[in-house]
Design a protein. Structure first.
Length: 246
């Protein structure tokens, strides 16, 4: 069970510049408006499920976020006691495994090499909040049934973004890697209003590995509480001297 907590924490991170973006559909009067939430501090509580091969976890996750700066997560499985804690800043990812009294530390290059995708703080924050990982820059827009979509490319990564015509939010994003052929598909549903800002209440993601030796990974997050905080938050994270690094 202890190792499953580590896999689940990293799974949350895979679900990985808040601003409002506006675009116009060429040749029509229809306007595409993409609304990303604006805040400085945010807390949330969520239920999540992580499924990868024989590694399956269901637990409660408590998030604290300082926009564009820090993401803090506390994991509590069915035992009722905190089992692990994670801290993400602009440079690294720290994971504290309280059950085995050990910790993990990755920079983003190491995390990218480990999972075969180009991870960064901005990407992780965007995925957790349902924001665009790559902003709209006058790309060609396609109109579908209830959504507008466009594609972007960053290095070897291809992004397909689907914006809801009614929600004005990113409802789906698909990312593919030209070199590995791995793909990530993330869906956002059940949008809620929090202090005039819109957030997705449900997030589901599938990481599809091209190699048959690596089974797909599925992650589901359902928020049951989102609060935009008016006072600064603390982000407690201390590695005890007796903990060994893995």
């Amino acid at each position: 069970m202890n190792k499953l907590i580590i896999f689940s924490l990293l799974g949350i991170l895979l679900l990985a510049s808040c601003k409002r973006n506006r675009a116009f559909l060429s040749g029509t009067k229809e306007k595409l408006e993409i609304i990303d939430p604006e805040f400085e501090y945010l807390t949330s509580k969520a239920k999540f499920k992580f499924d990868h091969e024989d590694k399956k976890v269901s637990a409660t996750a408590n998030f604290r976020i300082r926009k564009d700066s820090i993401i803090w997560v506390s994991i509590t499985p069915g035992l009722g006691l905190e089992a692990a804690r994670v801290l993400v800043d602009r440079n690294r990812v720290l994971v504290l495994n309280k059950l085995d009294k050990e910790y993990y530390e990755y920079n983003f290059q190491e995390l990218s090499e480990k999972y075969g995708f180009d991870f960064s703080f901005d990407m992780i924050q965007s995925v957790i909040l349902g924001n665009l990982s790559e902003p709209y820059r006058d790309q060609s827009l396609q109109k579908g049934d209830g959504y507008l979509s466009y594609q972007t490319k960053k290095g070897q990564y291809n992004f397909s973004n689907f914006i809801g015509a009614k929600s004005h939010k990113l409802e789906k994003v698909e990312v593919s890697d030209d070199s590995t052929k791995n793909t990530i598909s993330v869906n956002y549903r059940d949008f809620v209003m929090v202090d005039q800002e819109v957030f997705p209440n449900e997030i589901s993601a599938v990481i599809d590995y091209e190699s048959e030796l690596r089974p797909n990974t599925e992650i589901d997050i359902t928020y049951n509480k989102l609060v935009i905080e008016q006072i600064p938050l603390s982000f407690p994270f201390k590695v005890p001297s007796r903990y060994g690094r893995k």
